[in-house]
Design a protein around this ligand. Structure first.
Ligand code: B12
Ligand code: SF4
Length: 356
C-alpha cells in the first residue's frame, strides 16, 4: 500500500503534466460529485431540458462515477481556452446581413480535439507511475458521457458557477471547454473551490435575448438560443424567431457581456482557429450553400452535427431578421417550395418579415 506522500507527489505531477500537454488549467476532484443532484432532478421534472432526452435518461448515471467507470477514485478536470480571435462581438451581432456562429464552433469540433488531447494526457500519466503493481484505469470524457462537468470543475478549483450557469474563472473568463479523466488513482483533492465573484452583477440575465436565464443559476434550456438553433428538432416557435436575430448556430451573449471575460485568453489551439472565415460570413452565402458545399465547409466542425436542413432553416430565420433586401427576398422565394417542410416553414416566415 503506497502512502499519502506518494499520491500527493503524483497529484502535483499530474497537474504539471496536464499544463505541459497544452491544457489551460488542470485540477483534481473526488468521486463525490452529487452535490447538485437534487437541483438537477427538479430541473428535469419541470421539463427545462425540452427534447434533450439524454439529460433525463442520464439523471442518475450522471452523478454516479461508478456507473461511468467502475472503481473511479478521483477525477482530473481540465479546461481548454477556445476563443480564436479578438473581435468586437457586439458589433458582429449587429451586422444583420452576416451570420453569427458561436465562437466555440468556428474551428474543428471540440469533442474530437479534447478527446484526443485527454487520451494523450492519460497515456502520459502512465509514465508517472513507477510502481509496477499499480494498474491505471481511466476514461476520458468531454460531453461524451453523462458527467456533471461544471460541478466537477468547480470542486477541482477551476472556477465558480456563474449566474449564466457556466463556469467562470477570475483570470480567464468563460470562453473554454471542459473535459475530464475519470481514474482509479486516489489522487489528492485539495479543498480549493474558488469563491463566487458574480456579486450583484446580473448582466447575463439582462442581456439574454430570450430571457432564458429565468433566475440566477437557473436556465430554461427550451428558451436558450443555443438549444433552439442546435438541439431543437422541428420548427422554432414563432415568438422566438425575432429574438434570435442573426444567431444561426449557438449563442454567446451571456458570455460576451460577462465582465470576467475581459480576462479571457485567446486560444493557442490550432484546431480552434477560424476556418473558411466563418466569423464573418454573409447570410446570402450561407443560404445559397448547397448540401455538398455545406458538408465540405463544415467537415470536422460541430456545425455539421445539426445537418443541412436545420442549417438552412436557421439561416432563413436570420434572413427574416436582416435588413430588407431584394437579393435576400429573391433567394428566399427560390426555396418557398423546398421539399423540406421545415425549410418551407422557416422560409415562409422569413418572406413575411422581408415583405413587411
Ligand atoms: C445540455 C448542455 C447545454 C444545454 C443546456 C445548458 C445548461 N446551462 O444547462 C444548451 C444546449 C442550452 C447548452 C448551451 C450552451 N453550452 Co452547453 N452543455 C450542456 C451539457 C452537455 C450538460 C449541462 C447540463 O447538464 N445541463 C442541465 C442543468 C440542470 O445542469 P446545470 O446547469 O449543470 O444545472 C445545475 C445548476 O443550475 C445548479 N444550480 C441550480 N440552482 C442553483 C443555485 C445556485 C446558487 C448554484 C450555485 C447552483 C445552482 O444545479 C444544477 C444541477 O447540477 C454540458 C456538458 C456537461 N456534461 O456538463 C455542456 C456545457 C455546459 N456547455 C458548454 C457551452 C460552451 C455552452 C454554450 C456557451 C454554447 C454556445 N455558445 O451556444 C451555451 C451556453 C448557454 C448557457 N448559458 O448555459 C460548456 C461550458 C463551459 C463553461 N465555461 O462552463 C459545457 C461544460 C461543455 C464542455 N464540455 O465544455 N448547453
Ligand atoms: S446562450 Fe444566449 S439565449 Fe442562451 S442563456 Fe446565454 S444569452 Fe440567453
Amino acid at each position: 500500500m503506497l502512502d499519502k506522500t506518494y499520491w500527493q507527489d503524483i497529484s502535483s505531477k499530474v497537474i504539471l503534466l496536464g499544463k505541459s500537454e497544452g491544457f489551460s488549467d488542470v485540477g483534481l476532484a473526488s468521486n463525490r460529485i452529487n452535490a447538485n443532484k437534487k437541483l438537477y432532478k427538479e430541473w428535469i421534472k419541470k421539463n427545462n431540458h425540452g427534447s434533450m432526452h439524454f439529460l433525463k435518461e442520464h439523471e442518475d448515471l450522471k452523478f454516479d462515477p461508478e456507473s461511468i467507470m467502475p472503481g473511479t477514485k478521483s477525477i482530473i478536470s481540465t479546461r481548454v481556452d477556445y476563443l480564436p480571435l479578438n473581435e468586437n462581438l457586439i458589433d458582429q451581432l449587429q451586422k444583420k446581413d452576416t451570420a453569427y456562429i458561436a465562437r466555440y464552433a468556428l474551428g474543428r469540433d471540440y469533442h474530437k480535439t479534447l478527446r484526443k488531447k485527454l487520451k494523450k494526457f492519460a497515456e502520459e500519466i502512465k509514465n508517472l507511475i513507477d510502481d509496477k503493481d499499480i494498474v491505471f484505469n481511466y476514461r476520458v470524457i468531454t460531453d461524451s458521457a453523462p458527467s456533471p462537468e461544471i460541478d466537477i470543475a468547480t470542486q477541482a478549483g477551476l472556477g465558480w458557477r456563474g449566474k449564466n450557469t457556466l463556469l467562470l474563472n477570475k483570470n480567464n473568463g468563460s470562453w473554454f471547454f471542459l473535459g475530464e479523466i475519470y481514474t482509479n488513482l486516489p489522487l489528492e483533492v485539495k479543498q480549493n473551490a474558488q469563491t463566487n465573484h458574480c456579486g450583484s452583477c446580473k448582466a447575463c440575465i439582462d442581456i439574454c435575448p430570450t430571457k432564458a436565464i429565468e433566475s440566477p443559476y437557473y436556465l430554461n434550456a427550451t428558451k436558450c438560443i443555443s438549444y433552439l438553433t442546435i438541439e431543437h428538432k422541428g420548427p422554432i416557435p414563432v415568438p422566438m424567431r425575432k429574438l434570435i436575430g442573426n444567431r444561426v448556430y449557438g449563442c454567446d451573449d451571456c458570455q460576451i457581456i460577462c465582465p470576467w471575460n475581459k480576462f479571457a485568453k485567446l486560444s493557442s489551439e490550432i484546431d480552434f482557429f477560424v476556418r473558411h472565415k466563418l466569423n464573418n460570413i454573409d447570410l446570402i452565402d450561407c443560404f445559397e450553400m448547397d448540401k455538398e458545399k455545406f458538408n465540405k465547409i463544415f467537415s470536422g466542425s460541430a456545425v455539421k452535427r445539426i445537418g443541412y436542413e436545420k442549417w438552412i432553416s436557421n439561416i432563413a430565420i436570420a434572413i427574416g431578421n436582416a435588413n430588407k433586401s431584394p437579393i435576400l427576398l429573391k433567394s428566399l422565394l427560390k426555396r418557398v417550395n423546398d421539399h423540406s417542410e421545415l425549410i418551407q416553414d422557416h422560409v415562409k416566415w422569413a418572406i413575411s418579415q422581408q415583405e413587411l
